[in-house]
Ligand binder design. Structure first.
Ligand code: HEC
Length: 126
């Protein structure tokens, strides 16, 4: 019985680690700030490469904010003080789930599957 319990705990621990291999706080920030336009977190993050996200999220997301300046609705969201506080986690999530990160979207309490958004994230350079 004791062995079985230990085995079950072990399985539980492994599942827990797998379910939280991405940045959970960042995923929540994405849901709050980006999802309404760009679709699910896994979909949105996987539109760009890690280096592109690094670039956009550097200096408190300066380039990301600049990219939205012609869209008053998103610009207002992205320049809010409460949003700026989340950029550190958001960056970790986006980079961790980028196109070339090797991360595969799973299902847990925070996210499930890949859902496309209304707005494509397209870099001008492409
Ligand atoms: C209210 C809608 C809206 C929200 C919210 C929003 N965006 Fe956007 N996003 C846009 C629009 C519109 C564009 C410009 C698309 C274009 O020019 O084709 C854009 C462009 C982008 C681009 C392309 C940037 C580039 O270099 O061209 C990226 C990346 C992006 N958004 C990421 C995000 C992230 C990350 C968030 C959350 C922090 C977010 N967006 C929130 C509407 C939104």
């Amino acid at each position: 019985m004791k062995r079985l319990l230990i085995a079950l705990m072990w399985v539980g621990a492994v599942t827990y680690v797998e379910a939280t291999d991405y940045n959970e706080k960042g995923m929540k920030a994405y849901k709050k700030l980006c999802m309404s336009c760009h679709g699910s977190g896994d979909y949105g993050a996987a539109q760009l490469r890690q280096d592109e996200w690094e670039d956009l999220m550097a200096f408190r997301a300066k380039r990301l904010i600049d990219a939205h300046k012609n869209d008053p609705k998103s610009f207002a969201i992205l320049t809010k003080k409460s949003s700026q506080k989340k950029y550190k986690y958001l960056a970790e999530f986006l980079i961790g789930a980028a196109k070339d990160s090797g991360s595969v979207g799973g299902c847990d309490g925070n996210r499930c599957g890949v859902q496309s958004g209304k707005v494509m994230m397209k870099k001008e350079s492409e």
